[in-house]
Write a protein that binds this ligand. Structure first.
Ligand code: HEM
Length: 410
């Protein structure tokens, strides 16, 4: 029997602050539920195996793309839309396969591994600055002084965005990301996102032109060269759109991995002390942080043909909400799912999605999380304390703290 549920409470402040009891309730109704009429989504998939199956079957479950929008999108005056719809996030095969191939060629494991010394150097620089600011017992905001600049600098290094331009980028990236939130397409948000998209597109167009003239060892150069070698693979508009979404997808997510991770550790002094005593455990801790409080709670798919998931028939033509964060707490897979336990045997989560749209930056995000948190604990040790209670995040997409005030010296 298929249970029908309402997703209305996902829009309430109470559930936004702590959605996990709601997810636990969904699990009690099986891995897939029908959504009560009136919602944009017809089904919610939250069981781990069911969610993984939906993500893997990209022929049946497609991401939203420009052909699915019904009415023809009016690109002019709607730059944010155009950016998203020209990127890997919102395209399906064969267009997606073509774009993704291009990115996989340029964004290689070699390029990610080669970033490790740069990540360590940037982390050390940021920690020096934090130490200066925190001297004499002053409180510092971990988010703006570390969790934001580290991934922004790493992506800047990877793509070739000069350091001086990264602060300019932040508010624009946040404005662009805001419309991806559940219920985030308010007129004000859309207007701000359009302006941001216009400005960022101009920025990357200039950067790509500069790299064509003067190649460097960065991802933008690798992509413009690959584009020239095989011009049919990616249009200029697609190139720019993908540079923007890679930059956006890559830093706000990782910012929140660092902020959520540190908060979880500060709330669990025994875990913090254990990790500090053995930094080789950082990969385990980061996996558990990603499972327990992932910044990306959901993905959306459109069902292209009549099918069945976990025995529940899903008709063609409906929208499906895949709750990755709920799948990560599926009691059928994770024993005591609401317990933060870095030693758990089952560590394979859906935090980075799965199938054709599996996160391009998973390896990079893990590396930044591991090095960032380990070096922070090594540097400040037992002196790290919360200066103010951490606020409670309310987002489901890009979930994390706006500020996290710390003391770092006695
Ligand atoms: C903790 C950090 C991160 C998390 C939790 C995360 C999560 C995700 C998830 C869940 C998806 C799949 C979306 C879907 O199936 O609808 C995804 C896709 C993607 N991620 Fe990440 N991500 C993170 C970091 C990064 C980084 C560092 C980069 C870039 C350097 C990046 C770039 C991308 C891109 C380009 C896609 C789209 C891939 C495609 O559609 O083919 N992400 N990410």
């Amino acid at each position: 029997m298929v249970v029908e549920v309402s997703l209305a409470s996902l829009h309430t402040d109470e559930v936004r602050r702590d959605p996990y009891p709601f997810y636990a309730e969904l699990h009690r109704h099986g891995p897939v539920c029908r959504v009560a009429p009136g919602d944009r989504y017809s089904y919610v998939v939250h069981g781990y195996e069911a969610s993984a199956a939906v993500l893997r079957d990209s022929a049946t479950f497609k991401v939203m793309d420009s052909t699915l929008l019904g009415a023809k999108p009016t690109w002019e005056g709607n730059r944010a839309h155009a950016v998203f719809m020209n990127s890997v996030f919102f395209t399906n095969a064969p267009r997606h396969t073509r774009m993704r191939k291009m990115f996989n060629q340029a964004f290689t494991p070699r390029r990610v591994n080669a970033l490790e010394p740069a990540i360590d150097r940037m982390t050390a620089d940021l920690l020096d600055r934090l130490a200066e600011q925190a001297a004499g017992g002053a409180k510092v905001d971990f988010m703006s002084e570390f969790a934001f600049p580290l991934p922004a600098n790493v992506l800047g290094e990877l793509l070739g965005v000069p350091e001086a331009d990264r602060a300019w980028y932040r508010p624009r990236a946040l404005a662009l990301g805001a419309i991806l939130e559940l219920g985030g397409t308010t007129p004000d948000n859309v207007a701000a996102a359009n302006t941001a998209a216009e400005e960022i597109t101009g920025y990357f167009a200039d950067l790509a032109a500069a790299r064509r003239k003067d190649p460097r060892d960065d991802l933008v150069t690798a992509l413009v060269q690959a584009l020239e070698a095989d011009g049919s693979q990616l249009s200029e508009e697609e190139l720019l759109a993908n540079l923007i979404v890679v930059f956006n997808a890559g830093f706000v997510t990782t910012t929140h991995l660092l902020g959520n991770g540190l908060t979880l550790l500060l709330e669990r002094p025994d875990e913090l002390a254990r990790l500090r005593g053995d930094l080789s455990l950082a990969p385990r801790y980061v996996e558990e942080i990603l499972r327990y409080e992932v910044p990306t709670h959901f993905s959306v798919r459109w069902c292209a043909q009549d099918t069945e998931v976990a025995g529940v028939p899903i008709p063609a033509g409906c929208w499906v909400l895949v709750l990755l964060a709920a799948a990560n707490r599926d009691p059928a897979v994770f024993a005591s799912p609401d317990l933060f336990d870095p030693d758990r045997a089952e560590t394979s989560t859906l935090s980075f999605g799965g199938g054709a749209h599996y996160c391009l930056g998973a390896a990079l995000a893990r590396l930044e999380g591991q090095r960032g948190l380990a070096m922070l604990l090594e540097r400040f040790g037992a002196a790290i304390r919360l200066a103010e209670p951490p606020g409670t995040p309310r987002q489901l997409m890009l979930r994390g703290h706006e500020q996290l005030w710390l003391h770092l010296s006695d």
